[in-house]
Ligand binder design. Structure first.
Ligand code: FAD
Ligand code: 8R5
Length: 449
C-alpha cells in the first residue's frame, strides 16, 4: 500500500510537490480552491510573470519539466536601469550568458506543473476550498463554489495554500505556531506595456527593467508574447505614496514626472491603475511549521517574503525538492521527517527573507550611488581574481543552490571586505588588490563549487 498524502493548494509549490511525491510512489490527493486553469484559463487573465533562477530550474529539472518551460522562458541578462534623464544602462547579473535569470508566465508554469502531477498519478480536485480541520479525527472540510461541503480523511496533510493559508489558520486553532507578519510599509500596483503593433517588444526584451527613484521604483519583466508586466512599488503613505497617488490622473502625473520614458509605453495606465488592486507586501515568520506528523506548511504558507530578490517561488521549489527527498527516505515516519524539514529549511527561509528586504533598498536607491557602484565593480573584479572563493552574494542566491544561510553569512563577510577596501576611494585603480587577496584568504574558505 502506498502511503497517502493530502495537499492543500495546487499553486506553484503545491503542484510541484504533488508531482515529486507522486513520482516517488506516494498516493497524492490535492485540493485547490480555484478552477482548473487548463480548462477555464488562468484566473486573472492578465499576463503575470515571475523570475526563475537556478533553484527554481532545479525543481523543474527534477520534475522533468525543464525542456517544456525552457521553450517559454525569456532570458534576462541583467538590470536595465532607466535613469531620470531617460538614459539606460545594462548592469549584468552574472559573469556571462550562463548566469542569467528567466521570465516565465505564472499560468504556463502552473499548468505544466499540474500536468506533471497528474501524469505521475496525483489526483487533483479543483474548486475545493479548505474551510477547516478537525485534528482529533484528522478530517479536513472543503467547500466548493456552489457552497456544498465534503469531508476528507487526511492522516497526513501538507499545506501549500499560499501566504493566506487556511491550513495554517486551522493548525493555529490547535496549537500556537508563533506566527508573526511584519508588513512592509510599501505596496505595489501592476501595469502593462503591451507588445508593439504587429508584435515585438517595445523595449529591450532580455533584461529586467528598473526605474529606481530613491524611495520608490518601477520594474518591468518581459512576457514571451512581447508585452511587459510593469510593477510600481511605493510607500503606502507618503509623497509619492498610495494615499496621495489615488486617482488615475494622479498616477499619470506621477509617471509624467518620474517615469517619463515609460509613460508613452503604458496606454492603459489610467484604467489599470484604477482596476488593479494595490498589493500588500510583508514577511511571514512562524516558529513551527508542523503539527507532529499530521500537518506541515511549505512555500508561502510557511514563509512568505517580500519580492525584491525574485526568490519566493524559487525558495518554495527548493522546499518541495527537499521535502520529497526527506519523505522518500522517511519510511513513513512523518513526524521525524517534518521536524527535519523545518530544521533544515527554517534558517534558509529566514536568510532569504532578510536578503529580499535588503535588495529593495539596493534596487530602488543605491544603484545611483557612487560608492555602491565602486563596491559592485570591485566585487566583480574579486570574483574574477578568486573564483569559487569570493562569490558575489547575488550570484550565490541566484545562480547556485548553496544554502541561502551560507549566502547570507558569506555575504556579510564579503560586504565588510568591500567596505574596508573602498573606504575613502573613488575608483577601482586605487584599491589595494594584494590586501584584498589577503583579506579573502583570511576571512573566507573556498567554496566546494
Ligand atoms: P501560491 O502560488 O500562492 O499558491 C497557493 C495555492 O493555494 C493557490 O493556487 C490558491 O488558489 C490555493 N489556495 C489558497 N487557499 C486555499 C484554500 N483555502 N483551499 C484550497 N486551496 C487554496 N517569486 C519568484 O521566485 N520570482 C518572482 O519573480 C516572483 N514574482 C512574483 C510576482 C507577484 C505579482 C507575486 C504576487 C509573487 C511573486 N513571487 C515571485 C512569489 C511567488 O509567487 C510565490 O512565492 C509562490 O507563488 C509561492 O507558491 P505557493 O504555491 O506557496 O503559493
Ligand atoms: N513580485 C524579481 C529580482 C531582483 C532584481 C535585481 C525583483 C512583482 C509582486 Cl521586485 C522584484 C526581482 O536585483 O535587479 N529578480 O526577480 C522580481 C521582482 O518582483 C516581482 C515581479 C513581483 C511580487 C510584484
Amino acid at each position: 500500500m502506498k502511503p497517502e498524502i493530502t495537499l492543500v493548494g495546487a499553486g506553484l509549490v503545491g503542484a510541484l510537490t504533488a508531482a515529486l511525491l507522486a513520482q516517488r510512489g506516494f498516493a497524492v490527493t490535492a485540493f485547490e480552491r480555484r478552477p482548473d486553469p487548463r480548462i477555464h484559463g488562468f484566473v486573472g487573465g492578465r499576463s503575470i510573470n515571475l523570475a526563475l533562477a537556478e533553484r527554481g530550474w532545479h525543481g523543474l529539472r527534477v520534475a522533468g519539466l525543464q525542456d517544456r518551460i525552457g521553450k517559454l522562458a525569456v532570458m534576462m541578462r541583467g538590470r536595465m536601469v532607466h535613469h531620470p534623464d531617460a538614459h539606460t544602462e545594462l548592469l549584468r547579473y552574472g559573469r556571462d550568458d550562463s548566469q542569467v535569470i528567466w521570465s516565465v508566465s505564472r499560468g504556463a508554469l502552473n499548468m505544466a506543473l499540474l500536468d506533471a502531477a497528474e501524469a505521475a498519478g496525483a489526483r487533483i480536485h479543483f474548486d475545493q476550498r479548505l474551510d477547516g480541520a478537525e485534528w482529533r479525527t484528522s478530517t479536513l472540510r472543503f467547500v466548493d463554489n456552489t457552497g456544498s461541503w465534503r469531508s476528507h480523511a487526511a492522516p497526513v496533510v501538507i499545506g501549500a495554500d499560499g501566504a493566506g493559508s487556511a491550513l495554517r489558520a486551522a493548525m493555529s486553532a490547535n496549537s500556537n505556531l508563533d506566527e508573526r507578519f511584519e508588513p512592509l510599509e510599501h505596496g505595489y500596483k501592476e501595469l502593462e506595456i503591451p507588445a508593439r503593433d504587429g508584435g515585438g517588444f517595445a523595449i529591450e526584451p532580455n533584461a529586467l527593467h528598473i526605474w529606481p527613484r530613491g524611495n520608490y521604483m518601477c520594474i518591468a519583466l518581459p512576457n514571451a508574447e512581447g508585452s511587459f508586466t510593469v510593477t510600481l512599488f511605493m510607500p503606502n503613505v507618503g509623497n509619492p505614496g498610495f494615499d496621495t497617488i489615488r486617482t488615475s490622473a494622479d498616477a499619470r502625473a506621477l509617471f509624467a514626472r518620474d517615469f517619463a520614458d515609460a509613460l508613452p509605453l503604458i496606454p492603459d495606465l489610467e484604467k489599470d491603475f484604477a482596476a488593479n488592486p494595490t498589493g500588500i507586501l510583508g514577511t511571514l515568520y512562524l516558529d513551527r511549521w508542523h503539527l507532529d506528523g499530521r500537518a506541515l506548511l511549505i512555500g508561502d504558507a510557511a514563509h512568505a517574503i517580500v519580492p525584491f530578490h525574485g526568490q519566493g517561488m524559487n525558495c518554495g521549489f527548493e522546499d518541495a525538492v527537499e521535502l520529497a527527498d526527506l519523505l522518500q527516505d522517511a519510511k513513513n515516519d512523518f513526524g521525524t521527517a517534518f521536524a527535519e524539514f523545518q530544521h533544515r529549511r527554517k534558517p534558509n527561509a529566514d536568510a532569504i527573507a532578510a536578503m529580499a528586504l535588503e535588495n529593495y533598498v539596493e534596487m530602488r536607491d543605491s544603484v545611483a550611488d557612487a560608492r555602491f557602484l565602486l563596491m559592485r565593480a570591485l566585487e566583480r573584479q574579486l570574483a574574477a581574481r578568486k573564483p569559487g572563493h569570493f562569490v558575489p552574494r547575488y550570484w550565490m542566491v541566484t545562480f547556485s543552490r548553496l544554502p541561502y544561510s551560507v549566502a547570507f553569512e558569506r555575504g556579510e563577510i564579503q560586504s565588510g571586505i568591500l567596505r574596508e577596501l573602498t573606504q575613502g576611494k573613488l575608483e577601482l585603480a586605487q584599491v589595494d588588490l594584494a590586501l584584498a587577496d589577503r583579506m579573502i584568504d583570511e576571512r573566507l574558505t573556498p567554496l566546494p563549487m
